[in-house]
Write a protein that binds this ligand. Sequence first.
Ligand SMILES: [Zn+2]
Length: 301
Amino acid sequence: MKLNKKTRKGLINILIILAVVLVFVLIDFLVVNLRSSPAHDKEEILGSGGNLSIDISTMPAITSEEKLEPNEKVFVPVLNFHHVGTAPAGVSATTKTYYIASDKFESIILEMITNEYQFVFVSEIIDLLEQGIRPPENIATITFDDGNISYYKNAWPILQKHGVKSSMYIMTGVSGENYLSDDQIKELFETGLVEFGSHTIYHPKLTKIAPDERMKELEQSKEELEELLNTEINVISYPYGLYNDDVKKLAKALGYKAGLTFDQDAWQDPQDLMEIKRISVYPNLNVVKFLNKLKGYQTSD
Ligand SMILES: [Zn+2]
């Protein structure tokens, strides 16, 4: 085929335009890819299962800008666990309910992931609610009380394997082989997958003790954790879930932004962050089914 001068010039122009477009696409591709994997965001996470590198920067951040309506309640499941693993022989039937077998724990996590739940820290939810922003519908948190060593031995390897965040509340005055050591707390905190909060110093019933003792339990535990982790501690998990108006007021005055109690419910009142409801996960609780039931049976107004 013979092309005349005009056609040839037209074809060359088209080729030049295509080349320019190709260069732009390539530059765009490179910029996006370089941006999405900054080296400093890579966290090396070491655990009993060997080396595992989790890129925290690829974890979905909470993206929500919708403002809450006045008096609107929000569906935010806050699950609570005490022990992961097998209960020691001879413990009471009640104590046994605080133990969730490792495989059951992992199946809960996996089922929630399959159902598109996104695990975040309690503090992340509090930050949103404080700003009057509605959290995404599929958000959930995993909390642990008491700083038991079974967390380190059994729960953490599973959470780490699946890149799941959890929030742990510890007593700063209780130590020994059954509890997380300061070094373990620091090690977990530095992975970026575990946040810590106060569970007082000695785990008293805050509603039953004298006001000065109550003050010390709330204030000193906060300060000790802040010093250990060099970060602000602003969530208190009330021992036994016990609180009253005095406890809430005092905790707030001391700088806590949220207080956690127990209630088998997930509808939270953003107007009262000192009373966040948590669901106790017992061995025979089908978590996803239970959450679906909660979601369906109540409305958010
Ligand atoms: Zn406790």
